[in-house]
Ligand binder design. Structure first.
Ligand SMILES: [Zn+2]
Length: 199
């Protein structure tokens, strides 16, 4: 017997998610069929809501539902210290440490020559524009310890050489290749406190 077309289509959609293989996708499709219709409708609604309401902050790139994110808007935050990150989710990890009161800049990716992602494809120009405009005095590079993270950090240090700003790199006392998303708050707080000056 062949899989029903509607179920197959649903399964195919789930395989688009990161780390979901075809078996898991199939289980998810069947789980949807087992759900009460109210729950399915809520799920559809929340997907649509998230997609229409959430967008990157035009200043820092953190995902927000407002015109400008709450961090960029805040007057109690230190706008002269800026953590540079690959993605918005990582900013949440830093916020959870409760030990950073500066602002963020999301690059929206990392330099990756093998995937044809050069510096012009990530938000580096936007960062340079912010330095002068917002009076940023310290840039804390907190890209991950992967090859791409290190390449991006080196490139940033080089390009910021002539800017009137201190550049630091967070201390990675963590295994090479470790992903920021999975670091616990304490490790992240230590990495932030132990940052070293690279320029
Ligand atoms: Zn913002």
């Amino acid at each position: 017997m062949k899989e029903l077309e509607a179920i197959q289509k649903l399964t195919d959609s789930f395989t688009l998610f990161p780390s979901i293989g075809s078996k898991t996708a199939e289980r998810m499709a069947y789980a949807i069929l087992d759900m009460p219709i109210d729950e399915v409708n809520r799920l559809i609604q929340s997907i649509s809501n998230a997609k229409t309401k959430v967008h990157p902050c035009p200043i820092c790139g953190i995902l927000t539902e407002d015109d400008v994110c709450s961090i960029c808007k805040s007057e109690s935050r230190d706008h002269s210290t800026c953590i540079v990150l690959e993605n918005s989710k990582e900013a949440l990890s830093f916020e959870n440490t409760n030990s950073f009161n500066g602002v963020y800049h999301i690059l929206n990716g990392l330099i990756n020559p093998s995937k044809n992602i050069g510096p012009e494809k990530i938000r580096i120009n936007e960062l340079i524009n912010r330095i002068k405009k917002e009076g940023i005095k310290e840039i804390i590079i907190a890209t991950s310890g992967t090859i791409e993270g290190e390449t991006t950090a080196l490139y940033l240090a080089k390009i910021l050489e002539n800017e009137d700003v201190n550049v630091t790199r967070i201390a990675y006392g963590i295994p090479i290749g470790a992903n920021l998303d999975y670091m616990d708050s304490l490790t992240l707080e230590r990495a932030l406190k132990g940052r070293t000056k690279i320029k």
